[in-house]
Design a protein around this ligand. Sequence first.
Ligand code: AHR
Length: 694
Amino acid sequence: MLRPGLTKTSFGKRLFVLSLALLVGGVIVILAGQYALGQAPVTLTVLANQPGVKIDPLFYGLMTEEINFAYDGGLYAELIRNRTFRDNPQTPVNWSVAKYGGADGSIKLESDPVPGTALTMALRLEAPSLLAGQRAGIANEGYWGIPVKPDTTYRASFYAKSAGPFRGPLTVAIESNDGQMTFAKAEVSGISTEWKKHTVTLKSGKATPSTTNRFVISTGTPGTISFSLVSLFPPTYKNRPNGNRIDIMELLAGMKPGFLRFPGGNYLEGPNYDNRFNWKQTIGPIEQRPTHMGPWRYRSSDGMGLLEFLEWAEDLNMEPILGVYAGLHIDNGARIITGDELKPHVQDALDEIEYITGSTSTTWGARRAKDGHPQPFKLRFVEVGNEDWLNMGTASYDGRFTMFYDAIKAKYPNIRVISTMRSQDRNFKHSRTPDFLDDHFYVTIPTALSQAHLYDNYDRNATKIFVGEWATNSPRVGDTPMMAFALGDAAFLTGLERNADVAIMNCYAPLFVNVNPGGRQWAVNLIGYDALTSFASPSYFVQKMFSNNRGDVVLPAKIDPLPMLSAQQIPVAPQPPPAPGAAPRGGGGGGRGPAGPFDGIYVSATRDNASGDIILKLVNIQPAAQTLQIVIEGAGTIRKDASGELLIGELGAVNSVAEPRKVIPRAVSIHDAGPRFTHQLPALSVEVLRLKTR
Ligand code: AHR
């Protein structure tokens, strides 16, 4: 049962107001029958002629790292898993021998470097005695299948050499896992006893989209052939040769993100020193990239290297927020690089900035041009490390941060340097004042709701905040957020918008999850996919609705009386029991948080300068519809016709590969808007309204 009429201002007279409100509410219900659960109307007043703080165009962005098969098996469009045979030194994981017509054949992993490259391992196919009609080959299972789509051109490439004279040819094919159906096929000849790279295109015809397929390179001619760096790409976003999956890029483009924070997260730090994100080993042709072990328990192909991150940002008009390795790893402080030992890594960071921003007359700018991008990129933000308050990093961070800060500011005075210390690390003393602190929040619904006010009283003269990772995600279960979490997200975001002078930029995390069994290391992620299909979560839609309707300036807005809810009355995240053998929940609280009371409605009002539109973001977390009397003061004209979007769904509802559109925003049209009008907020809903002033 709600307690309408309780206001923050009249909190002390709660009992009296409660009785009165119940009486009034009851009478209204009986007389008018229109207020579910006895809701009393409340007034939202927006002062359109008193614009407040500005919202940075970069306010909404993306945070990304290699986690949950985010790039390999995700955004990075490569379809071959374990393409350089380094994922397991003992056995060629994800590869098998393909045999046809009763053929004999075997595969084995061997150390066989390709000269002039970083390739060290090869897969050797031995098929010495094939009879007429028989074939043997190497088969790759992809990242939980090779996606087949109709009328699609795939680019395959591989290094090969034969043990002796080989007449060939080799057949390259995408076929069903049982080998019964071939969807695309081509032949490659010219295999010799020297390593050589071969490329070929394959085109599918009519085909039903499917993932139960494999990629096979086979021979009908007896022989022993070794392979290295086997690659297969479908069409990519903007046709980038080493590029990204189109469907996922389109989802990201829909969010209109302002920036890309990369390469992590823990992925920047790596599980140990040798496996930090060593950017110099992620550039150039893919055969020159040695690959490395990520902190999330799988090896990265490094196909998504520094230049690919930058091109990804470029393709979506995002500014890079570059995280530079700063001596800390995900190893509980086993080894922290400081002092003289850190100096080469400070230089690495300067080189990295030069690679990104330098003209082609600089060493690293020239290298970028050689890698295919002569035009320098814009770079205004560099973050020193990641979460240095963890892994015993706090004690050494001031020293480490200072080294990077001094070096970066000396050479690039306009770059803004972000510390990974949080606003809550109040006792931490920086010898150099950072341009931003980086706050991270993974929270329960009650915490998200109360954090809508987190920055209300933040010292306006203190260091500004970059909310570099956040999500309502706890208790953590499932691949992507349910609707209840999206409500928490939306409420929190209204608070960030209102405090956009303090919390200058923000990004949800993690961004991606491959939803196949074994694909996830972290529960609750913004966008999910398998090899063929990607889907957006309710939280994604909140991001999209808010980002697409950001506005340039905050307008003062007040709800009076503000309905208040107790901890028992706010939305609860329904928790299905984890499936037997399901991926770990990844820690997190048990839905606990502040005791309340909590606001029942959250609002952010902004104005878009170009259109003059007044944008209202309204989050009703009450389990009942709420009638709002909306009063816009000082706007002059408010047109009758207004539009917007509404997100609503069962609290436990999630989207999935099977049901990608279970919870999606629906269009809202209003034809009675004006300086004063009445609007109904559905229960448990997120709504964005654009009011026209011209
Ligand atoms: O987003 C997942 C992880 O959470 C990030 O890698 C890390 O920065 C944080 O602890």
